[in-house]
Design a protein around this ligand. Structure first.
Ligand code: DGL
Length: 262
């Protein structure tokens, strides 16, 4: 039997698990290596130059060590900067994660959309261009959050996070009133779906939350081609660049489709 395709999923921390979860759902036949660059977390606090200088060689080392057939950059803060650098440096196919502005603007009824991302992602030229090209007449509000990724990470690692702290980061997404108010919020950081239930509960009014993870999973599956048979080798590995041991395994297993982490 041929060995399962190996997919490397990369993020600054645990947020990329929200993308991994969707990929595992559509491709249970693959073997997953999840890399959290926690030694450099949060990416949202670094400059563009620092992120390029960190991520491009690190991905090269990971490709050399793990020989994946495909790499997913499950981080908007990195993807909005490094994809062209990665594609010109390495021949393996890459799938990135960028703000889902096009589908959000296509589905908004009030034509008021907010993009909630890290301070880095909302400042990017790449994000501005997505708005220019795909706003489709919508009024788009960019909201850069300094803390939400860390709050999501704290929640997943079992620490208490106050509702008030989440609500403060979320509040600027809600603009206008009546028939003109925001009806769609793009989750432009892979950490934020970890907080989805609390975001929905703390929102001043109901909105559609746009998470691109299912679309990313479909793209990955299309690039891989038809699924092979699921084999016992289709396992999962979790790597933290800080080299910390993963005491979180039990909480993380559902994101890996229940696989036991190596
Ligand atoms: N998960 C990352 C993203 O999608 C960023 C979090 C961070 O490191 O600031 O943007």
């Amino acid at each position: 039997m041929s060995s399962p395709p190996k997919i490397l999923v990369f993020d600054s921390g645990l947020g990329g698990l929200t993308v991994l979860r969707e990929i595992v759902r559509v491709r249970p036949d693959a073997h997953y290596v999840y890399v959290a660059d926690d030694a450099f977390f949060p990416y949202g606090h670094h400059t563009e130059e620092q992120i390029i200088a960190r991520v491009v060689p690190l991905i090269g080392e990971l490709i050399a060590r793990h020989a994946p057939v495909l790499v997913v950059i499950a981080c908007n803060t990195a993807s909005t900067l490094v994809m062209s650098h990665l594609r010109s440096a390495y021949s393996v196919p890459f799938v990135g994660t960028v703000p889902a502005i096009k589908p959000a603007c296509a589905s908004s009824k009030t034509k008021r959309v907010s993009v909630l991302g890290t301070k880095g992602t909302v400042k990017r030229e790449y994000t501005r261009r997505l708005i220019e090209d795909f706003a489709q007449g919508c009024d788009v509000t960019l909201v850069g959050s300094a803390e939400l990724a860390s709050l999501a990470e704290a929640t997943l690692t079992g620490n208490d996070v106050r509702d008030a702290d989440i609500a403060t980061e979320l509040a600027p997404c809600f603009v206008g009133d009546g028939a003109d108010r925001t009806d769609t919020v793009v989750l432009a950081c892979t950490h934020y779906p970890l907080l989805l239930e609390r975001l929905a509960r703390l929102a001043p009014w109901p909105v559609d939350w746009i998470d691109p993870a299912p679309a990313i999973a479909r793209r990955v599956s299309a690039l891989l081609g038809s699924p092979g048979r699921q084999s016992d080798d289709a396992g999962a590995e979790m790597i933290f660049t800080s080299q910390r041991p993963h005491t979180l395994s039990r909480a993380l297993m559902p994101f890996f489709g229940g696989r036991v982490l190596a």
